[in-house]
Design a protein around this ligand. Structure first.
Ligand code: ATP
Ligand code: MG
Length: 443
């Protein structure tokens, strides 16, 4: 039997989205929260790049250093020093913005690691700066928002915090864990793959000292190495079983050092097809992917038979959904060796105040968008776009992955304490199986 792989992915851009419209919207919203705006608050918006950074020294405000993602938010007074002296000249080590840019470009750095590997340490740094960082920095946009009121440090920090927290993590990891749980309650054998070097899924189930250093996890799986499936004891009796191939925090460092020279986007697909320990022992493989479009994300997408897109109600993650459907899924459909289908959009982390009417309108608007895509694409998207099951916000679920695991699996405790959450989990798993067994694409 071919293993149905279910993958979660919502290409939400970490921090704020690039497209000028939404960035401006986010800025406006954040200013609004502080009681400021462009018309009445005496605020100004300036969009430029390294070539046009004006002298804003002493002008109160913040600047945002953006590519596809926001790489740094700082105060405008810093522009002369940080942007002019550090970001734009790409002085590694001097600037947090450059360090973030480098992290963001890791994938590109790895792609070129064959060339870099031959160099000595000094030449290697020069190569990274000149061939990877400088061309990227030159394309960056620098947005500055200035308002007299931002002279007050407290107000400015509030604006920075707002800009940075409007990132809208969509709930991929949470939904992966909940679905695995729900399918296990239904008696299924489920294997979770943590494809995200942030290792949030792994830290839900493994102790932190184990997650710190993994040498037999998904990276080894993808690079033909030795991998181990961790059997997860959920702490409660379920008829099915749950396994995990984890990610380790150490992977980020491996990637950074260029220790993984060959990135084959089909690597996980090929390994899953040939590993009896997986394809003969599990009914479902669920992949949790990183937030960026980065090779591990492609591993998941190319291995998938079905794609589930989690989203919350925030416009930024819905923008992510649209980008995913328009730009990414068509490419995956063309290049995948499978015939991936989109099972639907799952709303998660939504408040009970949201009216069904609002959800219906949102669904209709995303549906109109999908129908404008070629029929080869929309026929592979489940006709009823949104899952009926809504996973509401549950305070106990919040930030679970960031709290170190102790003797118990915190997720089991949370699910078993709340009859509402448990029934959402059961109903979602049942809906997923129904959609798989009776797939009806849009017509
Ligand atoms: N139903 C929920 N109730 C409360 N908090 C939630 C719920 N779903 C998700 N969250 C919280 O929202 C945050 C983001 O969720 P999660 O980590 O699952 O998103 P993600 O898409 O995997 O993020 P990333 O892109 O960083 O991997 C987390 O703090 C999580 O605990
Ligand atoms: Mg995650």
């Amino acid at each position: 039997m071919i293993v149905p792989s279910v993958i979660y992915l919502s290409y939400r851009l970490p921090y704020v989205a690039v497209v000028p419209g939404p960035v401006k919207d986010v800025i406006q919203k954040c200013l609004g929260e502080l009681g400021l705006d462009f018309e009445r608050g005496g605020c100004d918006l300036l969009v430029g790049g390294c070539g046009s950074v004006g002298n804003l020294k002493g002008v109160p405000g913040v600047y945002i250093f953006v590519d596809d993602v926001v790489l740094y938010v700082g105060e405008t007074g810093d522009i002369a020093r940080r942007v002019g002296g550090e970001h734009c000249t790409t002085r590694i080590g001097a600037s947090e913005g450059v360090a973030r840019l480098l992290m963001y470009l890791l994938d590109e750095a790895c792609m070129q690691s064959d060339e870099r590997i031959k160099l000595n340490v000094v030449d290697r740094e020069k190569f990274i700066v000149n061939s990877i960082l400088k061309p990227a920095v030159n394309k960056l946009t620098i947005i500055t928002v200035t308002c007299p009121q931002l002279k007050n440090n407290g107000e400015r920090l509030k604006l920075e915090k707002c800009l940075l927290t409007r990132r809208g993590s969509t709930g991929k990891t949470t939904l992966t864990a909940l679905l695995a749980y729900g399918l296990a309650i239904r008696g299924r054998r489920v294997l979770m793959l943590d494809l995200d070097p942030q290792s949030h899924l792994s830290s839900l189930f493994l102790r932190i000292n184990e997650v710190e250093n993994i040498s037999d996890g998904v990276l080894e799986l993808a690079t033909q190495g030795r991998f181990k499936i961790r059997q997860i004891d959920l702490g409660v009796k379920v008829p099915g079983e749950v396994g995990l191939i984890p990610s380790g925090i150490n992977y980020i460092i491996d990637v950074f050092r260029g220790m993984i020279p060959a990135w084959d986007p089909q690597a996980v697909y090929s390994r899953l097809m040939t590993e009896p320990a997986i394809n003969k022992s599990y009914d479902y493989v669920i992949c949790d992917t990183p937030p960026e479009l980065f090779t591990p994300t492609m591993w998941g997408l190319y291995a998938a038979d079905y794609i589930i897109i989690p989203s919350n109600m925030e416009e930024l993650s819905l923008l992510g959904v649209k980008i995913l459907l328009k730009e990414v899924i068509p490419d995956v459909i063309m290049k995948s060796k499978k015939e991936p289908k989109v099972l639907g959009i799952a709303l998660i982390n939504i408040t009970r105040r949201v009216k069904s009417d609002t959800i219906a309108k949102l669904e209709a608007s995303v549906e109109r968008f999908v129908r404008q895509l070629p029929s080869a694409i929309y026929s592979r998207v489940y006709g009823k776009l949104f899952f009926d099951t809504l996973i509401y916000r549950d305070d106990e679920l919040r930030d679970l992955a960031y709290r170190p695991r102790r003797w118990e699996i915190p997720l089991s405790r949370v699910i078993n304490r709340s009859s509402e959450l448990r029934s959402e989990v059961e109903s979602f798993a049942s809906e997923v199986e129904n959609r798989i067994n009776n797939f009806k694409g849009m017509v």
